[in-house]
Design a protein around this ligand. Sequence first.
Ligand code: DOR
Length: 424
Amino acid sequence: MKLLIKNGRIIDPTQNIDLKGDLLIENGKIVGFDKNIEINDAIKIIEAKGLWVLPGLVDIHVHLRDPGEEWKEDIESGTKAALYGGVLRLACMPNTNPPNDSPEVTSYIVKKSKEKGYVKVYPIACITKGQKGEEITEFGRLKEAGAVGVSDDGKWVQNSEIMKRALFYAKHFDLAVISHCEDQNLSQGGQINEGIYSAKLGLKGKPPSAEVIAVIRDLILAKEAQKSVHLAHLSTKEVIPFLKWAKDEGIPFTAETCPHYFTLTEKEVDNYNTLAKVNPPLRTEEDVQAIKEALKEGLIDIISTDHAPHSSLEKEIEFELASPGMIGLQLLLPLSLNLVRDGYLTPLQLAKYLITNPSKVIRIEPPCFKKEAPAEIIIIDPEEEYILTEDFIKSKSKNTPFLNKKLKGRVKKVILNDNIITLD
Ligand code: DOR
């Protein structure tokens, strides 16, 4: 079958391509792109005037909650939300129940994803057994079972000696090491950012220092191990000078932030809005600005969602008892497009932050438009405005402060191998 996508803005970050033109696919594989492709026997033509045509997005920070918390999300619902968000590959975090600290859990995720998943799933396993920070898991066996990286996400590996060993050990197995940067000694009991709102609401705060100290320690260990550490969901301006320093020192690291950290401030938690409770917490306007500048400078060059579904059972309760986290898979694209609209990133840079750079962290070949590559294509309308209703959200959980708010930028079609999926 031949499929011709006509007159789109074709963006492929793996080849530094951003051109207006046509993309030809045959039998589920890319044939090529050009300013104008004329063929007579195209069985299907998709008109893409005004639309962007990109390889599928790669989100390396997703909580699928499967196994164990399937009332919040499961592999089927989470990957469906991903599909609707244009995320055609994702890595899922190990803080499930039981946690993904054994090859059995990793294999379960791999198998169920193949059976029920709408998109490709890459499991991240735990760094330590039960995420307790005490005993390192069996990285080799986890990798054999399908893990692409290790993380105790949700928690920081507080013991520096264990983290150092984990970095050396992961280097040996070429696994990504993803750090949830939060010194729990400083943040324990904290509910929101430490500052004006924690004082106003009478809630214990999490200080930016909890993140900064964790980042510095991890960078020092990455230097010693000469093994890259991936710094997850950075939220505060205070870390930026240290990222600069680490770049200058040649320390191996990658840095990630999430749309909520460059879009929302701590103001959202006013009136004890549990939908805005997230870890690390939303911070100040200056932090938001600094994160955007860091993205512009390329000090942070990966955007992922930290998609963290929680049901109303965990959210419609007292603030202190509510679980932190917000869903993000269907918000990634519309919110990230604001960085282009506001002049922080070019479309090609944004595509790098959403496709190529995250792929490098988990050591996969990114989806691309190279000849013979399997079709993993999203067609988006960057201008379409719509309301994020509960019906539109494909996750089982609807926990987002953007619920019923206007968004701009929407995935219209996904082409996966031979399948053309229209997302209405
Ligand atoms: O807000 C968060 N929720 N941050 C995390 O690091 C974990 C996540 C979750 O699993 O709910």
